[in-house]
Ligand binder design. Structure first.
Ligand code: BG6
Length: 480
């Protein structure tokens, strides 16, 4: 007997800047992600202010969902998807962010995508903001450091709500909003890179700037959640957090307390504001000790309290340890967030530590704390795929990763967690966010596109495609 609820939302996840391509057509504006060059695990991707001739910008073409959405949605339907996570590219709707009138061709594109999903009864799950904003707002205002961004975001989100109110029910306000805890999140999520050129993830910003920026995002999020609740009561509004399970490296109380602190900052601080409607009590000391002085307007606390989300969602790829001992220096990277290497775990080719049980642990902690429905909206294994002599891609490593994580979700459901959906990341191969590579693949569907920008963009099914199809068909009962 399947342990998953009968209406469990199985699906897959994507994001516009890594997936759509068509970066300069039909009135689309210049987006921050269009300024990122390709990189690799060893060579950091860069941001350039002007486009350099002869340099590859992976977002420009990505894997061309823009022109191939019918084919991709048909593939998703063939796997049996109930839900499809995608983001809207702000610059298709408001090219610079400052226009008063939205770009009709951009709006029409997403209408077409939603209609196509509807044909197969696939529910869209829309991220309003996934590591993407008009580059104009970066240049003019230094991204989310400026409070004006709140109004631009609210205008953009309100346009989406009104236009798609009959087509979209599930909305996420900001992807991985708590990535602000790391300097890399300052660039990627907050756009604090005005006049900056160089490696993206080491662009300069301070912790104070990042928390000010995320405060603006939290206000923007709360405002649109409130608007949705008032005007579109059928919407389900969600937050989206980057979640990494954290363990003390040893049972030394120093490690345990440090781990608790890191966990509070990383996994709870920002989520608490979105779910509970206020900054948690531990944030006071954390802000004081880090000399973070958030400038708030008079009504800010009320606004936060008025815009609490309905569902909690997160990405989950890995876990990491915390050690108070300065001699412990083995470090494992992750998506924005890494930590001390756990000797009990294996790592992916990109060094991320694989920990399915950490997902059960995480889901229990999240649900104990918030008691609202949860979706895991990103999870998966970034791996190089080889086309075999028989022309197929036998990605048993990916199946193994996903299977073990699904088993742990099943455990969590039996533990009492109200888990309502699962959308593994990059269900159709797309560009990597951290490195800009194509060869770091997550998909059930292989896309013929390579790191040098070549490839036919043809889609083909990996072994994991058929496996996931069976998983969905049996509602998670048959995982072999
Ligand atoms: C998440 C992001 O952090 O991780 C995605 O929301 C990203 O945009 C995913 O693609 C996987 O990371 P990467 O670097 O392997 O693409």
């Amino acid at each position: 007997m399947s342990k998953f609820p009968k209406d469990f939302l199985w699906g897959g996840a994507t994001a516009a800047n890594q997936y759509e391509g068509a970066w300069n057509v039909d009135g689309k504006g210049d987006s921050i992600a269009d300024h990122y060059t390709a990189g690799s695990r060893t060579t950091p991707k860069r941001v350039t202010i002007k486009y350099e001739e002869g340099t590859l910008y992976p977002s420009w073409e990505a894997v061309d969902f823009y022109h191939r959405y019918k084919e991709d949605i048909a593939l998703a339907a063939e796997m049996g998807f109930k839900i499809f996570r995608m983001s809207i590219n702000w610059t298709r709707i408001y090219p610079t962010g400052e226009e008063d009138v939205p770009n009709e061709s951009g709006l029409q594109f997403y209408d077409d995508v939603f209609d196509e999903l509807k044909k197969y009864n696939i529910e869209p799950l829309v991220t309003i903001y996934h590591y993407e904003m008009p580059y104009h707002l970066v240049e003019k205002y230094n991204g989310w450091s400026n409070r004006k961004l709140i109004d631009y975001y609210v205008k953009y989100a309100s346009t989406l709500f009104e236009r798609y109110k009959d087509k979209v029910k599930y909305w996420l306000t900001f992807n991985e909003i708590n990535s602000c805890i790391m300097p890399s999140g300052g660039a990627l999520s907050l756009g604090l890179i005005q006049n900056y050129e160089g490696p993206l993830f080491t662009s300069p910003n301070t912790i104070g700037e990042r928390y000010q920026g995320v405060h603006h995002q939290l206000i923007a999020s709360a405002k649109v959640v409130k608007l949705a609740h008032e005007k579109y009561p059928h919407f389900k509004m969600g937050c989206m957090n980057i979640y990494a399970a954290k363990y003390p490296y040893t049972c030394n109380p120093d490690d345990v307390v440090l781990c608790q602190k890191v966990n509070q900052e990383m996994n709870w601080l920002v989520a608490d504001v979105q779910v509970r409607g206020y900054y948690p009590s531990f944030s006071k000391r954390f802000f004081e000790e880090n000399k973070i002085h958030i400038i708030k307007e008079k009504r800010d606390d009320e606004i936060l309290a008025e815009g609490k989300v309905d569902i909690y969602t997160c990405s989950y790829y890995l876990s990491a340890c915390e050690s108070a001992d300065s001699k412990v220096t083995t470090y494992s990277p992750g998506n924005v967030i890494g930590g001390v290497t756990n000797p009990y775990l294996k790592s992916s080719q990109w060094g991320w530590q694989i920990d399915p049980k950490g997902l059960r642990y995480a889901l229990n902690d999240i649900y104990d704390r918030y008691q609202i429905p949860i979706m895991v909206v990103e999870n998966g294994l970034g791996a190089e795929d080889k086309i075999d002599e028989d022309g197929a891609i036998h990605d048993e490593y990916r199946i193994d990763y996903l299977k073990k994580h699904i088993q742990q979700m099943e455990e969590a459901i039996q533990d009492g967690v109200d888990l309502i959906g699962y959308t593994p990341w990059g269900c159709i191969d797309l560009v990597s966010a951290s490195t800009g590579e194509m060869k770091k693949r997550y998909g059930f569907v292989y896309v013929d596109k390579h790191d040098d920008g070549t490839g036919t963009l043809n889609r083909s099914k990996k072994d994991s495609f058929y496996w996931y199809q069976k998983v969905i068909k049996t509602n998670g009962e048959d995982l072999d």
